[in-house]
Design a protein around this ligand. Structure first.
Ligand code: CAA
Length: 379
C-alpha cells in the first residue's frame, strides 16, 4: 500500500483547489439562491481540462487516472457541489461511457466535444416511474430500420437544459425486458425533443435538473451505443464508475464543511475560551475528521481498483454508501458548531448540509448501494 500521491496528482489537486477558491467561491451563494447554473465556470473548467479528465488526449481529454479525478472532484465539491455534479456526470457517466463503449465515429463526433464541455453531457435513465427500479423503462425506442423512434419522458436529469449531448436509455423490445433496452445518443435540437420543467430543489440548486420529453424523435441507428440490447448493461457499468464520482462529491461536501467548522471553532469564543478549547467541540471535530478519512480511503481504493482494471463494483458502492452517509453527519455537525451563524447562508455550511442529502439519492440510493454490496457479498 502506498498512500503517497504522485507529483502529477498533487498538482491536479492544487489546481482544482485554486480554481474552486478563485472562480467558484465568489457567487456560489447567489447561484444557490437564484438557481443559476455556473455557465461561465463550467466553460472554464472545460478549458482547464476538468470536464474530460480521464479521456484519452486524442479525444481532447486529460488522459489522467481516476485517483486524479477524485482528488479534483473533492476540491471542487468543497466549494460548489452544483458545479461538481455537472463535472461528475460529464466525466464519469457521459465521457467514460462514450469512450468505453462508443464507436470511433461516435467518439470523434461527440466525445471530443463532451471532453472539453463544448457540449455538456447528460445521462438520461430515470423516469417518473423508474428511479431505483431502472429496468422498468417506459421510454420506447422503436426500431425503424435505419433509425429509432424515441418516445417518452425522463425525470430529474442533471444538466437537463445546459447539455448538448444526451445519453438516453429506452426500451426497444419489452419482451426481452432489460436485454431489450438500448442506449441512444440524442442531440439537443433534434425535432421532437423538448426540455421540460426545471426542478426547484432542496440542494445543488445551481445545477439544472429537468424533465425531458421525447415525441417521435428520429435517432439514427449510428447513434446507438453498443450492440442491440446492450443499453441496460451500458447504464449499469457506467453507473458503477459514476458512483466513485458521487462518493467524492459527498466527501468534498463533508470536507468543505469540516474545514469551515475547524476554522470557526478556533476563532469563536464562548465562556472565555475558543470553541476548540471545549472538549465537546474537540470530540465532534475528531469524529468528523475520522469519518472523512474513512470515506477518502474507501474512495481512493475504489479509484485505484478501477485504474488497475480490477473489479471495483463493490468498492465503489461501499464508497458511495459511506461517503454520502458521513456527508449528512459531518455537515449537520458543522452547522451545529457554527450555532446560529450556521443556520444562515453567509457561512456556507447550511448550503453544504442541503447539498449533502442528494448524494444519498442519485446514481443509486443508499438502499440500492446496499443491494449492490450484498449481491456481491453473496455471489
Ligand atoms: N454492474 C453491472 N451490471 C449490473 C449491475 C452492476 N452494478 N447490477 C445489475 N447488473 C446487471 C445484472 O447482471 C443483470 O444482467 P444479466 O441479466 O445480463 O446478468 C441486469 O443488470 C439486471 O440485473 P438484475 O436482474 O439484478 O435487476 P434488478 O431489477 O433486480 O436490479 C438494479 C437492478 C441493480 C436495482 C438497477 O436497477 C439499479 O442499479 N438501479 C439504480 C439505478 C440508478 O442508479 N439510477 C441513477 C440514475 S442516474 C443519475 O442519478 C445521474 C445523475 O444525473 C446524477
Amino acid at each position: 500500500m502506498n498512500f503517497d500521491l504522485s507529483e502529477e496528482q498533487l498538482a491536479v489537486q492544487q489546481a482544482a483547489r485554486d480554481f474552486a477558491q478563485t472562480e467558484l467561491l465568489p457567487g456560489v451563494i447567489e447561484r444557490d439562491t437564484h438557481q443559476k447554473f455556473p455557465t461561465e465556470q463550467i466553460k472554464k473548467m472545460g478549458e482547464l481540462g476538468f470536464m474530460g479528465m480521464m479521456v484519452d488526449p486524442k479525444y481532447n481529454g486529460g488522459g489522467m487516472d481516476t485517483v486524479s479525478y477524485v482528488l479534483a472532484m473533492e476540491e471542487i465539491s468543497k466549494v460548489d457541489a452544483s458545479a461538481s455534479v455537472c463535472m461528475s456526470v460529464n466525466n464519469s457517466l457521459v465521457a467514460w461511457g462514450l469512450e468505453k463503449y462508443g464507436t470511433e465515429e461516435q467518439k470523434k463526433k461527440y466525445l471530443t466535444r463532451v471532453a472539453t464541455a463544448e457540449a455538456i453531457g447528460a445521462f438520461c435513465l430515470s423516469e417518473p416511474e423508474a428511479g431505483s427500479d431502472a429496468t422498468s423503462q417506459r421510454t420506447t425506442a422503436e426500431d425503424k430500420g435505419d433509425h429509432y423512434l424515441l418516445n417518452g419522458t425522463k425525470n430529474w436529469i442533471t444538466n437537463g437544459n445546459s447539455a448538448g449531448v444526451y445519453l438516453v436509455i429506452a426500451q426497444t423490445d419489452a419482451e426481452k425486458k432489460h436485454k431489450g433496452i438500448n442506449a441512444l445518443i440524442v442531440e439537443k435540437g433534434m425535432p421532437g425533443f423538448v426540455i421540460g420543467k426545471k426542478e426547484d430543489k432542496m440542494g445543488i440548486r445551481g445545477s439544472d435538473t429537468h424533465s425531458l420529453m421525447f415525441t417521435d424523435v428520429k435517432v439514427p441507428k449510428a447513434n446507438r451505443i453498443g450492440e442491440d440490447g446492450f443499453g441496460f448493461s451500458f447504464a449499469m457499468n457506467t453507473l458503477n464508475g459514476g458512483r466513485i464520482g458521487i462518493a467524492s462529491q459527498a466527501l468534498g461536501i463533508a470536507a468543505g464543511a469540516y474545514e469551515l467548522a475547524l476554522k470557526y471553532a478556533k476563532e469563536r469564543k464562548a465562556f472565555g475560551k475558543t470553541l476548540s478549547q471545549h472538549q465537546a467541540i474537540q470530540f465532534m471535530l475528531a469524529d468528523m475528521a475520522t469519518k472523512i478519512d474513512g470515506a477518502r480511503l474507501l474512495i481512493h481504493r475504489a479509484a485505484l481498483l478501477k485504474d488497475q482494471k480490477k473489479d471495483f463494483v463493490k468498492a465503489a458502492a461501499m464508497a458511495k454508501l459511506y461517503a454520502s452517509q458521513i456527508a449528512q453527519e459531518v455537515t449537520t455537525d458543522a452547522v451545529q458548531i457554527h450555532g446560529g451563524y450556521g443556520y444562515v447562508k453567509e457561512y456556507h455550511v447550511e448550503r453544504l448540509m442541503r447539498d449533502a442529502k442528494i448524494t444519498q439519492i442519485y446514481e443509486g440510493t443508499s438502499e440500492i448501494q446496499r443491494m449492490v454490496i450484498s449481491r456481491e457479498l453473496l455471489r
